[in-house]
Ligand binder design. Structure first.
Ligand code: SF4
Length: 77
């Protein structure tokens, strides 16, 4: 389960985030390209856009459930 206290600082503010257990497999970017992208540092992915409609929310939920290391959370602020 993702830990909001370990979220990467370059996630955009809001409920959804990637924490520091991300292994950069890029699955979340494939599933929810409107919301996830690779960080500028190139060593993890981030949430750059909080889901803004039902389709994006569904895509983010898919990414959260399929992330192999459970690095995606939606309990942030
Ligand atoms: S699916 Fe999980 S491990 Fe893979 S890049 Fe996204 S957050 Fe990182």
């Amino acid at each position: 389960m993702a830990n909001k206290d370990e979220r990467w600082e370059d996630n955009t503010d809001g409920a959804w985030y990637v924490d520091n257990s991300c292994i950069l497999c890029s699955l979340c970017v494939q599933l929810a390209p409107n919301n996830f992208k690779e960080s500028e540092a190139g060593d993890h992915d981030i949430v750059f856009n909080q889901p803004g409609n039902d389709d994006e929310l569904k895509a983010c939920e898919d990414a959260k459930s399929q992330c192999p290391v459970e690095a995606i959370g939606n309990d942030g602020e």
